[in-house]
Every structure is written in structure tokens, then in C-alpha cells.
Design a binder for this molecule. Structure first.
Ligand SMILES: C[S@@+](CC[C@H](N)C(=O)[O-])C[C@H]1O[C@@H](n2cnc3c(N)ncnc32)[C@H](O)[C@@H]1O
Length: 252
């Protein structure tokens, strides 16, 4: 069973996730790799499409066929490989120079044993000396925002003269290290009459430095850098993000 089933909102995902603050970061990193690049948990291709346009040889994986269907309609004849697979069961007949998980999505695997399995699979798909980028929230920063209050993510003009309003709340549980809550989606017609209402339960883990260190030790990865933002700034305790660039050690 999927933790968060984005398939329920695949048709409107691009309307409310219309951010691009992180794209130049991935574009810049990807320039350093000449070989194959693997993007995991790619969704509707928000990050993938600008990279494909830059000529990156990208393979994209997501376990929601609905999200991949939206992605595929935006391809306009370009042909990256889109694979519908759970990354805990990653099985691709290729090895990659660079693997990355954008938008803090690794945290959506809320069982630490499953995260371990996913990292094992990922390292099996990396060439020796290949790099792996995991984008995460800084737990100390993110838990402050999980205050249980209802908030508005935004109001968006969408196709056919409709308006989408997204609200949400989430709370942090220190025993499980989980942030969980619900997102509500309301769609109104041109006369402001409600025509659709949905909700999606959200849960993600706040992953610690200690867990990443353990994963590195177990799977022969080394830390190349920890960025606290999407501009290659060094991580500090006050950073919003905790983006780990890891490398697969070469065994001699
Ligand atoms: C928040 S969306 C991010 C999508 C996209 N990367 C972006 O930046 O807009 C998270 C995506 O991860 C996918 N996902 C979650 N768990 C997964 C798993 N175990 N294996 C593969 N995909 C997964 C979801 O289906 C969803 O499309």
C-alpha cells in the first residue's frame, strides 16, 4: 500500500506544485555527469523535464502510474525512460553515474527498514564512484512548522475557468519522528460554486544525520557534502534543508 497516494491528485498536482526554486541546483549538479542519470520519485516530471531539455540522459522512476501518465503527456516526443516501480524494489537493467531523489521525497518512506532496503537497491544501481543525492528537510527546522494549525497553501487559477484552493495541517510526533496531517483540495467553477472536494493524508519521516551515517556505513557510501539550501550553501543547524551528496566508495 502507498503511504501517500499522489494518484488521487495527479490531475491537479502541477497546478499547486508550481515551484522551481530547486531546478538550477539539479541542472548545475547534473552538468558534472556525462553518463546515465537516475531520478527516483519523479512524479509528473517537475524536475525531470528541465533536465531532459538540458540534454541529460535521464531515467525516471515513480510508483504512481497516474503521476507518470501526467508526465508522459508533457514529453512532446522526447523519450526518457519512465519506469513505474517502488524504489524499495528497484530493478533496472542499468547502472548510473548519478542517482537523486528530489523534493524531500525519500522521507515519504516512513519505515526505516524500508529506507534501508531502498538505499541498498540504489547503491546496487550506482557505478563505483557514482554519486547519490538525497534531499531532506533539516528535522529541527521542519518540526517547528508542524504545529497542527490549518494553513492555506494557495489559491490557483486552473483549466476551464476553475479555481483550486489547497489547505492543510500537519503535526509532529517526537516518538515516531513522523510529520503527519491532511491536505484538502477544493475546486470551484467560474461562479465560485464548489464542484470537487478531495483530501489526501500526508505522512513523512524527519530523517536524522545519524540515520544517514548508518546507511553510509552499511552500504559503503561516503559523504561528499551536506548542503543546507539549493545554492550549494553549507549545512548549519539553522538550515531549512539537509541535502546529502554521497558517493559510492570504490573497493580496491
Ligand atoms: C511529493 S511527490 C514529488 C514529485 C516530484 N519529484 C516533484 O518534485 O514534484 C513524491 C513522489 O514520490 C512517489 N513515491 C513515493 N514513494 C515512492 C516509492 N516508494 N517508490 C517510488 N515512488 C514513490 C510518489 O508517487 C510521488 O509521485
Amino acid at each position: 500500500m502507498k503511504n501517500i497516494d499522489f494518484g488521487f491528485v495527479a490531475d491537479i498536482y502541477d497546478d499547486y506544485v508550481n515551484v522551481d526554486f530547486d531546478i538550477p541546483f539539479y541542472q548545475s549538479i547534473c552538468k558534472g555527469y556525462r553518463g546515465n542519470v537516475l531520478e527516483l520519485m519523479c512524479g509528473t516530471g517537475r524536475v525531470s523535464l528541465p533536465l531532459i531539455e538540458n540534454g541529460i540522459n535521464l531515467t525516471c522512476v515513480d510508483y504512481s502510474q497516474e503521476m507518470l501518465d501526467v508526465f508522459s503527456k508533457k514529453l512532446n516526443g522526447k523519450t526518457p525512460l519512465l519506469i513505474c516501480q517502488d524504489i524499495c524494489e528497484l530493478d533496472i537493467d542499468n547502472k548510473f553515474e548519478f542517482v537523486f531523489i528530489p523534493f524531500n521525497s525519500f522521507s515519504e518512506i516512513t519505515d526505516s527498514k524500508k529506507r534501508k532496503i531502498a538505499v541498498k537497491k540504489i547503491t546496487e544501481h550506482l557505478v563505483d564512484g557514482g554519486d547519490f543525492l538525497i534531499t531532506l528537510y533539516n528535522p529541527e527546522y521542519r518540526k517547528l512548522a508542524a504545529d497542527g494549525n490549518l494553513k492555506c497553501l494557495g489559491k490557483y487559477d486552473i483549466s476551464n475557468d476553475r479555481t483550486l484552493i489547497v489547505t492543510y495541517y500537519n503535526s509532529f510526533d517526537s516518538t515516531s519522528n513522523l510529520v503527519s496531517g491532511t491536505q484538502f483540495y477544493e475546486i470551484y467553477d467560474r461562479k465560485n460554486k464548489l464542484i470537487d472536494k478531495r483530501f489526501l493524508n500526508i505522512a513523512f519521516s524527519l530523517i536524522s544525520h545519524d540515520e544517514i551515517d548508518e546507511l553510509c556505513n552499511e552500504f559503503n557510501l561516503a559523504v561528499k557534502g551536506i548542503f543546507g539550501d539549493y545554492h550549494f550553501g553549507n549545512f548549519s543547524d539553522n538550515s531549512q534543508f539537509m541535502n546529502y551528496l554521497l558517493t559510492k566508495r570504490v573497493i580496491v
